[in-house]
Design a protein around this ligand. Sequence first.
Ligand code: IMP
Length: 201
Amino acid sequence: MEIVIATKNKGKVKEINHFFKNIDINFKSLNDYPQIPEIIENGNTFEENAIIKAKTTSEILNKPVIADDSGLQVDYLNGRPGIYSSRYSGIGATDKSNRLKLLGELESVKEPLKRTARFVCSMVLWESKKGLVFKTYGICEGTIGFKEKGEGGFGYDSIFIPSGFKKTMAQLTDDEKNSISHRGKALLNLHDFFITGYIKK
Ligand code: IMP
């Protein structure tokens, strides 16, 4: 069975392949299907964006497609950057410029407990004939640190301290991150869905 992951992000593809290594699925990604055009993510929620990516890809390829959409919600900023996480600092935004913008906005907030935030991941499985087959989500709670720490991960990892840890997400090993991350939790739910019937043995 083939399932397409609606992303070009090789890190995500590797993470998903690793997660499902014991399941008999042949995962492909958008890197294998260059004919898929750039998909405009103009939904109002993570779930809407995940559905837009999965549905568009599935209808073009006529194959089952997994898509996820994720981001960071900071309570002091009323949930921003949220669905705008990757482009938070505007045109030409990089992970670094996004982190610096966020740290600047929290500069006056000295109390760690007022710097609470969470990573959220919405994940869906779409089939062109059936529509939405499965949807799930994962959340990872934590706080925003006062400066960047750690070299691992990507995005906001080096300023995000997961609850129960004294280090940032960028200071965790891949396995540690996967076991607590928003995407790791969503993938675990998808894994359960696969093995409880979706994948015929
Ligand atoms: P996407 O769902 O891969 O499009 O992620 C959107 C944005 O959310 C990324 O560009 C990052 O800024 C942020 N983000 C999502 N997941 C993570 C994570 O695991 N660590 C750090 N940042 C993340």
